[in-house]
Design a binder for this molecule. Structure first.
Ligand SMILES: [Zn+2]
Length: 239
């Protein structure tokens, strides 16, 4: 009888192992997808910074052209001053020159601002580039590990299932039936240890009489509270 109980314990352990593999099998692909998504988000952020820098550079170029045109127009207006015939015309041309110069000065301020912004975004881009590179290799590394684990689960699972079949073939049919029913009812845990008169499935006390009997390993005993198969784990003297 003791041997049958030990086999049931082994079966329980192997079922828990299988459950862990199954969970991992579902979990790993999700983790891999999450890594890909994170990496993509970081790359998108980097691309956005790059686009921002490109736009600033284009703005800068356009402003420099506008400034150049302003200077050119101002020069032309100034040369026209020499040719004006009336005072009114003179005043008007002066006003025009003033307006052009004022506009140019505004453009110069904008250029200073854009150049500062270009410096800032360039710095930011450099940092992001190096961060993205290291993050990329970190992600790939992590992904490689997860993928390796995922591909190894198949064969590991085969091994465990084989072991499980072997164990099951050594257990009497009536015990197996009981085990399966309890396992399905108790969320995968049909066999639990008992120590110091306590069932470790439900943490309730086991009557002393039953606990004594349990230690003899003469028959299959169920916890009177949670109705799982209990076995005596010889650790009553442990702290
Ligand atoms: Zn119990």
């Amino acid at each position: 009888m003791k041997e049958q109980i030990l086999l049931l314990v082994e079966l329980q352990n192997i079922d828990l192992e299988i459950e862990k593999f199954m969970l991992r099998k579902v979990d790993l692909p999700k983790k891999i997808i999450r890594l890909d998504e994170k990496l993509k988000a970081v790359e998108v952020e980097l691309a956005e910074s790059g686009q921002r820098l490109d736009k600033l550079k284009a703005d800068h170029k356009a402003k420099e052209t506008a400034l150049k045109n302003g200077i050119e127009n101002s020069k032309k207006a100034k040369s026209r001053l020499l040719e004006v015939k009336t005072n009114k015309e003179y005043e008007a041309t002066l006003k025009e020159i003033d307006a052009i110069n004022e506009k140019s000065s505004g453009i110069e301020d904008e250029i200073i601002h854009i150049l500062e912004e270009i410096d800032r975004v360039s710095e930011d881009l450099k940092v992001k580039e190096s961060e993205t590179t290291s993050y990329h290799s970190k992600c790939e590394n992590e992904k490689g590990k997860l993928e390796k684990e995922l591909s190894s689960i198949g064969s590991a699972l085969d091994d465990v299932l084989q072991k499980r079949n072997k164990i099951r073939s050594g257990i009497k049919a009536k015990f197996l039936k009981k085990f399966d029913i309890i396992r399905d009812r108790k969320n995968g845990r049909a066999v639990v240890p008992a120590r110091k008169e306590i069932c470790y499935g439900c943490h309730m006390n086991i009557p002393p009489q039953m606990y004594n009997e349990l230690q003899k390993n003469e028959r299959l005993i169920l916890c009177p509270h949670c109705e799982r198969i209990i076995y005596w784990e010889d650790r009553d003297n442990d702290a």
